[in-house]
Every structure is written in C-alpha cells, then in structure tokens.
Design a protein around this ligand. Structure first.
Ligand SMILES: Cc1cc2nc3c(=O)[nH]c(=O)nc-3n(C[C@H](O)[C@H](O)[C@H](O)COP(=O)(O)OP(=O)(O)OC[C@H]3O[C@@H](n4cnc5c(N)ncnc54)[C@H](O)[C@@H]3O)c2cc1C
Length: 429
C-alpha cells in the first residue's frame, strides 16, 4: 500500500507542466505544425492538448454520406497520428490566459508554455435549430447531416431509401467549415436518385442563407449551370430555424424579411450544421468580437500576443475554412514561429488565403474550386477548373485522403503551390 502511494506521488510530482511549445488541438492544423516542430525541437519540448482519441479526415464525411467510403475508412486512432517526439496530453483546454502563458485543462491541471499554437477547430451547434437534435436522433430515415460522426452514418441509407417526395438540403446562417459540403451531398443525392430511377418522383431543393449559391463568382456561375441542368430548386436567404419531426415540416426564416417564416414539407432533410467558435476561446483574450482567434491573416501570428499563433478553423482569417487552407498556411506559421523561437530572420512568404473546395457534382464529376483572399480564383492545373471533370473527382475521392494522411498531418504537404508553378511555367515555355 505504502509503495503504491509512493509511486503515485512520484508520478504526480514528475508530471511535466511546462513546455517550450504547446499546441491546442490535434486535428489537421495542430498535427501539421506539431509534425514540423517535432523535427526541430528535442523530446519533451512539445505538448499537444486534445481529448479526442480518434483522428478524423473530415472531408471524407461527404464520401461517407454518399456511400463511397465507410466512416471507419476516414478515421484512425490518434496514437497513429501524433508525432512520436511530442507529448500528448489527453485532456481538453478550458481556459487560456495568454498574459500568463498558461492553459488550464478540464481536469484543473495548468500547463505553461513559451509558445502557443491554437488549432482547436470550431464547434458544431445543432441547438441553434429548434427540434433539430430530436429529429436527427429519432428520425434518422428522414433527417440527416454529414457534419458529425454521430449522424454521418445515417446519411447514405436515408438518401438511398428515398423513393418520392421533397428532399431539402440546407446551408446555415453561420460561418461554417467547408461551405461547399452542404451542396456536394445534394448533387450526389440527386445523382443517386437518378441511379435508383426515382428522380422524377423527387423534388430536390437547396435552401441557403447566402444570397448566392457559392461565394466565388467563377464557380457560382458553373454551379448555377449544374443546378439548372439538373432541375434543382434554389432558394436564397432562407435560414432553417426549426424542424418539426412529427409533421415533417422545416421552418425557414426569410433573412431579407426578419421574422417572416416559410414552411416546407420534407421527406428528406439534410441539415448543413450551424457552427460557432469554441466557448473557451471566444471568452479568452485571444478572440476578436466574433469569437475567433485574432491573428494576422498573412503571418498567422496573434495580433496582441506575439508568442501565440493560430491555424485553421479556429482563426478569424477571412478565407474559407478548409483542410486545404491549413495546407496552404501551416508552413508559413511554422517558419514565422521558428524565426521567433530561434532568432532567425528567414524570409517567409505571406499567406495569400489559399483554400480549395472540391465540389463533387455527381458520382464521377467534380468542379475543383481553388481561390485566395477576396474570392480570387488561383487554380493549380492548366485547364479551366470551372468545368465538371472526372480527374477532379478522382483527386477528391482517391488522392486527397492519401495526401492528408501521409503528408499533411505528417508536416510535409504545404499545398499545391509548387505544382502550380511547375504547370504554369511549363505552359509559358
Ligand atoms: C463534412 C465536411 C466536409 C469537409 N470537406 C472538406 C473538403 O472537401 N476539403 C477541405 O479542404 N476541407 C474540408 N472540410 C473542412 C476541414 O475538415 C477542416 O477545415 C479542417 O479539419 C480544419 O482543421 P483544424 O485543425 O482547424 O480543425 P480540426 O481538424 O477540426 O481539429 C480541431 C481539433 O481540436 C480539438 N479540440 C476541440 N476543442 C478542444 C479543446 N477545448 N481542447 C483541446 N483540443 C480541442 C478537436 O478534438 C480536434 O481534434 C470538411 C469538413 C467537414 C465537416
């Protein structure tokens, strides 16, 4: 008994509570940066804080919803993903005090740091829609969403079993990650209805809170062609506020006439999940008024706390929140932070807002949207990417997952800039 007591006391007293670099979040941004720093810093210098045991390739959830992959195929145990040279603290952060350089964990433990990278992603909040959770939990044949692990496995069955009626797909009135995903799953569903010979019995509707189908003009024009050609009803400025599962009614607010509601009967409702910043960040001095971490959009360094950087969905960087954006910015963050950490003065390029959205438009076709700040297209391939293409589909379905697992989270994928230069140099010869 006495010796057990001594072992516990020794373990607690030797528990390391200070790290040169602390990273909050072991998703795609956290791991991309951790993997790079693991090659630069000795053992016991880096701690990664995250409770989640399973790492998910979230872009794969659209493929799961379409029956192209299983949920298990797009996830791995975190132990296989976290770089070996780092310490994984399996708790969540629940408070950050950047004036004191410390992070408090949900078990009360305090971790201090010299440098901090925040990469905690964003939070899904179905509670913003009255009745949504009840419907998702208790009527999974008719109300579904690809946006969480809990619900994504219901999507394909619901789509594949629909024989007639109204299929409604929604886009919420909040910032969301991968803003293309709610319509990708709609195009795939519409194609599935054709394959099942029931398309003529189903009305397909896309109700979006946005004033346009997509935020980048070039791709919006291409998608409008798809919508017309495939006879999809598009309604803009409508925000889903309530789901009545017993009467199968979806209530939308007209955002141009606040307080005015419009009711749609549905036989299938796919909910584009409302999202928000994590509360522990929103209430910290790291956040701006929107609740997202306030960083310089070109360097990823915090605007007030120079030893703090942030990447990915948790930031207020004005670009589309995607894994592609993490790919385009992780090297810039790491090089800027390395300059600070090691007193180097390497010239670091500025982040241009690169992001990408492979817009699956059917089983076999995809429009590969790639753009930078202000929605300016910046395409990798020397072809018009505004066209539906089979090659873009193969890239999305088969090549990108492999890039993610084998390169991005291992810290060796900095986006397609090198290929772009290669292709475009080749063209200008
Ligand atoms: C359905 C869907 C489709 C998508 N499609 C695409 C696509 O086609 N292309 C694309 O590029 N992107 C796509 N994305 C977006 C992409 O997955 C995200 O933008 C990307 O994962 C962002 O990386 P991140 O590191 O910022 O956040 P995440 O990868 O979400 O990681 C955040 C991590 O922080 C952890 N965390 C949360 N709270 C705490 C806390 N309090 N303390 C410690 N850790 C915490 C979480 O457990 C998680 O591990 C899609 C996303 C979804 C959901």
């Amino acid at each position: 008994m006495n010796s057990v007591y001594h072992i516990i006391v020794r373990r607690l007293s030797t528990q390391q509570n200070h790290y040169k670099l602390v990273i909050i979040g072991s998703g795609c941004g956290g791991l991309a940066c951790a993997s790079k720093f693991a090659k630069k810093l000795p053992k016991d210098n880096i701690a990664i804080i995250d409770k989640t045991e399973i790492h998910t390739y979230q872009p794969g959830w659209t493929l799961v919803g379409a029956g192209l992959k299983t949920a298990e195929e797009v996830e791995k145990p975190q132990t296989q993903c976290i770089p070996s040279n780092t310490t994984w603290i399996q708790s969540n952060a629940n408070q950050v005090e950047p004036e004191k350089n410390h992070v408090q964990l949900d078990n009360g433990r305090k971790i201090t740091y010299d440098y901090l990278i925040v990469a905690a992603g964003m939070q899904i909040n179905f509670n913003k829609i009255k009745g949504a959770i009840d419907a998702l939990d208790n009527d999974p044949q008719h109300v579904v969403s690809i946006y969480t692990r809990k619900y994504v496995t219901n999507v394909y069955n619901a789509l594949n079993n629909l024989r007639a009626g109204n299929a409604i797909f929604t886009f919420p009135a909040t910032t969301i990650k991968c803003p293309g995903a709610p319509q990708k799953i709609m195009y795939l569903a519409e194609d599935l209805f054709r394959k099942n010979n029931v398309r003529d019995k189903i009305t397909v509707t896309y109700n979006t809170s946005l004033p346009v189908i997509f935020g980048v003009k070039k791709y919006a024009a291409a998608l409008m062609e798809v919508v017309k050609k495939r006879n999809i009803q598009l309604n803009t400025r409508l925000n889903l506020v309530e789901v009545r599962k017993d009467s199968k009614e979806a209530i939308f607010e007209n955002l141009d006439q606040p307080g005015t509601m419009k009711t749609f009967k549905y036989d299938l409702l796919h909910i584009g999940a409302p999202m928000q910043p994590h509360e522990f960040l929103a209430k910290s001095p790291l956040a701006d008024a929107s609740g997202y971490v306030d960083v310089d959009k070109e360097t990823l360094q915090h605007k007030k706390f120079p030893n703090v950087f942030a990447i990915g969905d948790c930031t207020n960087i004005p670009t589309s929140k995607t894994a592609a954006a993490v790919a385009g910015s992780n090297d810039i963050l790491v090089r800027n932070l390395s300059n600070l950490m090691f007193g180097n003065s390497d010239k670091v390029p500025k982040y241009d807002g690169y992001t990408s959205c492979p817009l699956l438009t059917s089983y076999g076709k995809c429009i590969l949207a790639e753009f930078i700040f202000d929605g300016k297209p910046l395409e990798t391939f020397p072809v018009d990417q505004g066209k539906e293409r089979r090659t873009a589909y193969i890239l999305k379905k088969d090549i990108m997952p492999s890039l993610y697992w084998n390169m991005l989270i291992k810290g060796t994928w900095n986006g397609p800039a090198t290929f772009r230069k290669m292709f475009h140099l080749g063209m200008s010869k």
